[in-house]
Design a protein around this ligand. Structure first.
Ligand code: MG
Length: 162
């Protein structure tokens, strides 16, 4: 059985935080504010996977009020979620995602981000697409480079054996 899921996340960009997107640290003067490492892209993918499987969302599984997840590595959370899906017999067919950030330009990091996500999930890089857009200086904080948004769509399949 095929199931599709979508995920969305937004984080404020602020000084004195590392910019981590898709598990890759990108050199920049600002980074994502958040209880965890603030990786909006991995949070969007994680929620898309949870949604596709019909599970509870990322906020329910990893509450930002729990000190355990303070500065948590979002790659670890994503891996944990995919393990849950695999336990239920699901596997990823493909992941498509978009990051909307005014600056820095992510073009030269897209390949590295795909590689990192593929490694985290143990899937082929070719099954992942990462697109980068700006907001053309519109949409409030997004346009003034004070926020980043990530969106993701995933397709998963459940084997008939489980
Ligand atoms: Mg988040």
């Amino acid at each position: 059985m095929l199931r599709v899921g979508s995920g969305w996340d937004i984080h404020r960009l602020t000084e004195n935080r590392p910019l981590i997107l898709g598990g890759v640290e990108i050199p920049y003067s600002k980074g994502c504010l958040g209880h965890s490492d603030g990786d909006a892209l991995l949070h969007a993918i994680t929620d898309a996977l949870l949604g596709a499987a019909g599970f509870e969302d990322i906020g329910a599984l990893f509450p930002d009020t729990d000190p355990k997840y303070k500065d948590a590595d979002s790659s670890v959370l994503l891996k944990e979620v995919y393990r849950k899906l695999q336990d239920a017999g699901f596997e990823i067919i493909n992941i498509d995602c978009t990051v909307i950030i005014e600056s820095p330009k992510l073009g030269s990091y897209k390949d590295l981000i795909k590689e990192k996500i593929a490694g985290t999930l143990g899937i082929k890089k070719e099954t992942i697409a990462v697109k980068a857009k700006t907001a053309e200086k519109m949409l409030g904080e997004l346009g003034t480079n004070d926020a980043v948004i990530a969106q993701s769509t995933v397709l998963i399949q459940q084997s008939t054996l489980s």
